[in-house]
Design a protein around this ligand. Structure first.
Ligand code: MTE
Ligand code: MO
Length: 388
């Protein structure tokens, strides 16, 4: 059993599959803290967890435009300056279960918890690529590919992904080779001893258990870059899908969810008001400028209070990007108790966010439905019974 040596997981994680293990954070715990504690940070594994010995670990850089480089963890830590970045990582399939309610999609039935925020510590990918001699304008290099130590026990395929060169080399984007998560060495599930963190980009590109960095003219040829994490028109099905016709997802669209109250939590009219809490996040370092909430299914709206994003304000004169989510809360009056039999029996809570490019979320799922069930960023709706 290739999964026999997988690590133990925190009981609060909601398992969506066991082999490989995939588990998400309950919504109420997400909204409870701007930095997600390591033990309850969602886990997304495609393959058995590889156990990589930190003491004998070697990172390899080999590819176009570079001289081959091999670095132990100690060399990496001593030769390059340490950087930290507070960044949200979200799986492309977050909120897939809502999409399946319209029409079944293929994939893990994630609710709203395949997302989390941590302070990642490590060295800049950019610094390591420069040490390997990569020049920014080498015409042969357009992408930086990553390979993990995890391998499909049946097919032998290795997990891999890539990001465009400009992202990897950006001075401002803080793409890290991370060995720390919230001040702790990475755990086995989160990629020990070294993983990539690509702020503002979908989780799939933040390759865990990093084995090799490959500068290249082309994207990663892996299944997960080429035939997964792409979205198509709602009419495209598994017989008609042409994977090469869409680009691999990098920066995800603006999204938000209501984490509290949980669906079905009874609300008493006599309380007079209700408090909603949730998160909002967008790809590409686009910050959240507003979250609107509704208690009547989206007929009337109120702007929520935005909590300060955990990455702090950008240093004066420089742009560092909004890599972390914005938590929000809103306290709204409950509808007046109507005459017997006329009041709403349920409250239709809704939230939607606006990012710094004024991108909005679509109101319904049907127009963005796609066969892999990715990038569901429709208005988030939660129904709760309203009791006298
Ligand atoms: N890296 C490797 N080597 N193998 C994987 O299965 N999963 C990816 C990414 N990196 C994966 C990987 C996906 S799809 C996501 S969403 C993130 O890791 C999840 O990171 P986490 O498990 O630390 O939350
Ligand atoms: Mo993912």
């Amino acid at each position: 059993d290739p999964y026999a040596s997988d690590p133990a997981r925190h009981p609060a994680l909601i398992a969506r599959s066991e082999r490989p293990y995939n588990g998400e954070t309950p919504g109420t715990l997400l909204a409870a803290s701007p930095i997600t504690p390591n033990e309850i940070f969602f886990v997304r594994n495609h393959l058995p967890v590889p156990h990589v010995d930190a003491a004998s670990y070697k990172l390899k850089v080999e590819g176009e435009g570079t001289r081959s480089l091999e670095l132990s963890l100690d060399e990496l830590k001593s030769r390059f300056r340490k950087h930290t970045v507070t960044a949200t990582i979200q799986c492309s399939g977050n909120r897939r279960s809502e999409m399946s309610r319209i029409k079944t999609v293929k994939g893990l039935a994630w609710d709203q918890g395949a997302i989390g925020t941590a302070v990642w510590g490590g060295v800049r990918l950019r610094d390591v690529l420069k040490a390997a001699g990569l020049s920014e304008d080498d015409p042969l290099v357009r992408h930086i590919q990553f390979e993990g130590y995890d391998k499909d026990p049946a097919s032998g395929e290795i997990y891999g992904a890539s990001v465009p060169l400009h992202k990897a080399l950006s001075l401002h984007d803080d793409v890290l080779l991370a060995y720390e998560m919230n001040g702790q060495p990475l755990s086995a599930d989160h990629g020990a001893p070294l993983r990539v963190i690509v702020p503002g980009v979908t989780g799939a590109r933040s390759v865990k258990w990093l084995r090799r960095i490959i500068p290249s003219a082309s994207e990663s040829s892996s299944h997960w870059q080429q035939r997964d994490y792409k979205a198509f028109s709602p009419n495209v099905d598994w017989d008609s899908v042409e994977w090469t016709s869409a680009p691999a997802l990098q920066e995800p669209p603006v999204t938000s969810t209501i984490c509290e109250p949980a669906p079905g939590t009874p609300v008493s009219v006599s309380d007079g008001e209700i408090t909603l809490r949730g998160y909002a996040w967008s790809g590409g370092g686009r910050g959240i400028i507003r979250v609107d909430v509704s208690t009547d299914g989206g007929t009337t709206w109120t702007a929520a209070k935005l909590l300060p994003p955990p990455q702090g304000a950008p240093p004066p004169g420089s742009y560092t990007g909004a890599w972390a989510w914005t938590l929000w809360e809103a306290t709204l009056p409950l509808p007046k108790p109507a005459a017997e039999g006329n009041g709403p029996a349920t409250l239709q809570l809704v939230c939607k966010a606006v990012d710094s490019s004024y991108n909005n979320q679509p109101d319904t799922i049907s127009p963005i439905w796609n066969l892999r069930g990715i990038v569901n960023n429709a208005w988030h709706r939660v129904s709760v019974p309203l009791e006298p």
